[in-house]
Design a protein around this ligand. Sequence first.
Ligand code: FES
Length: 127
Amino acid sequence: MSHPTPATATPTPDVPTALGAVRVCALDDLLPERGAGAIVGEQRVALFRLATDEVLAVQQRDPYSGANVLSRGLVGDRAGEPTVTSPMYKQVWDLRTGACLDPVGKDPVDLRVHAVAVVDGQVLLVP
Ligand code: FES
């Protein structure tokens, strides 16, 4: 199994920085329906490019295992909303809201979500 190369974000002057958004990578760096890990500031995030080219981001840390693996999770959907399933213990979250949809018998723990925009083919994220 191959892993995307982690990206390190660098602020660029020509992007909407009013919200503190930083450029993470190009949209073309992301594979559809796959996750990629990135470090933005001091935060580890998991980016997901959907089939529609929308990009969503949640925390990289799996709250159940403590491992930074969510970018390696399986992208799916429930009732038309995109989800990710942890590669560790298979919990399922809504990628838009971070809500835990299936805690696999544990107490539900939601994920932090990060605002993302794609501008001129560049992926911008608010840490
Ligand atoms: S080998 Fe990379 S997530 Fe399993």
